[in-house]
Design a protein around this ligand. Sequence first.
Ligand code: URA
Length: 236
Amino acid sequence: MRLDKLLANMGYGSRKEVKQLLKKGAVKVNDVPVKDAASHVEPHKDVVSILGEQVVYKEFIYLMMNKPPGVVSATEDYRDRTVVDLLEPEDRHFDPFPVGRLDKDTEGLLLLTNDGKLTHNLLSPKKEVPKTYFARIEGVVTEEDILLFAQGLTLEDGFETKPGILRILDSNAISEIELTITEGKFHQVKRMFEAVGKRVIYLKRLSMGALELDDELNLGEYRELTDEELSSILTP
Ligand code: URA
């Protein structure tokens, strides 16, 4: 890869700005100053540094966000703020996109990446990746609901869902539940509860496959996945 491309890809400025840095002698490759923007480097082998600071090359970025309510799971929106708007410029630079959608009012685990293959693997209906949600429900959630969810439900448009595992945490006028489903249809959790005559009033995603929301993350905060988390979802 060309040296100027590598530096620009890693967020050190435009190709033009990077050329200025090179001209000033700020860049070394394997401890040797290099001024030629077109010189070739092996991103995973050569040690590139700028003013003594090593440039760590990476192609992909994997971010776990605790999505806050009020922002949309998209890269751009003409009206609302998006989850990508919440990222620091050095992360946005990698052009990450959300893996699947959470509704604007839904909170919780959202993975953002620029790795299309991983995204496909996590979202492909064939892979049946389990997703677990915590929800508050208007109405008393009953043992009968557990059975109905376990059989699969018919949504209002006739779609037959796969079985969902419903756990009741608190059964009251406002109930609290956890639900694990392996599909990701539009508004699926809300529509499954509508199918049993109840309404979701709060929804938060807790996990996706082996990836669990880090409870240290406040709403709107995010961090890179650890190596362990990453390998758990790359090889599910
Ligand atoms: N199901 C929903 O209804 N909404 C979400 O955001 C995610 C799952």
